[in-house]
Design a binder for this molecule. Structure first.
Ligand code: SAM
Length: 229
């Protein structure tokens, strides 16, 4: 594995830094259980199988993962080649180290990067890019933080794929228990999705791609977009 840009980018808004702060090493130990066995199926009503299916059908041989967490989905993905090249991009070095260690049998490159800024990878350098459960961690409305989708698109080659998922607070069904947890996570600054609507997500995808799929499973939106050739 290789390291790039280990310095935290400077001048980042405190609320944006707060969005990555919960993912310290101890929390990452419990993340898979809490998210993929707990909140996603029980509160957001989206099965982990939906995420795994999206990864298996979207990922390319040279992949950029933006907001890596523990690398749970990457570790379970069937890549189209036996030796994929994976760039891990995150604002939080602890998640990069955790995920690179989990994916130690693959060729990985770690990049400290803010998804709201142009990514420090060459334009068109990847076959696919994923933003999985990232946008609901970033402050602001999707009209602003949707710029992360634009930056992901820039990193992907013509014909490549950008895919991801996010928990929405509006335009999707939210159960009573889901609303309680969402409000609590927003109050604690772990989530920043209280302004996130399905219509705004669709508008961001329309701005960046001619060709995309957007589906919802419970309170989660799953999207897959193809960059024009
Ligand atoms: C909820 S976790 C999602 C992890 C993984 N993609 C998944 O699907 O389980 C969000 C990740 O995004 C990172 N993150 C939060 N804000 C970010 C930002 N502005 N730029 C880059 N990464 C960010 C966090 O450090 C964390 O690793």
């Amino acid at each position: 594995m290789t390291d790039e840009n280990r310095q935290l980018p400077t001048g980042i808004d405190q609320a944006v830094l707060d969005g990555q702060a919960p993912y310290h090493r101890r929390a990452l130990t419990f993340y898979d259980l809490v998210v993929f066995r707990g909140s996603a199926p029980l509160f957001w009503r989206c099965s982990p199988r939906d995420f795994e299916k999206m990864y298996n059908t979207s990922i390319g041989a040279k992949h950029l993962e933006i907001g890596v967490g523990t690398g749970y989905l990457l570790a379970r993905t069937r890549f189209p080649v036996s030796n994929p090249k994976i760039t891990l991009a995150d604002l939080n070095p602890a998640t990069l180290d955790f995920t690179a260690e989990r994916l130690r049998f693959f060729e990985t490159t770690k990049v400290v990067a803010n998804a709201l800024e142009p990514l420090p990878v060459p334009d068109g350098s990847h076959d696919s890019a994923a933003l999985s459960f990232l946008l609901h961690c970033i402050p602001g409305s999707l009209r602003d933080k949707g710029v992360a989708i634009k930056h992901a698109a820039a990193a992907v080659r013509p014909g490549g794929t950008v895919f991801g998922s996010t928990v929405l607070s509006s335009g999707v069904p939210v159960t009573r228990a889901g609303r309680w947890l969402m409000d609590d996570l927003n109050a604690k600054g772990v989530f920043h999705n209280d302004q996130d609507t399905l219509a705004d997500l669709r508008a961001q995808l329309e701005q960046n791609f001619d060709d995309f799929d957007l589906v919802t499973r419970g309170s989660v939106a799953l999207f897959r977009a193809r960059k024009a050739t």
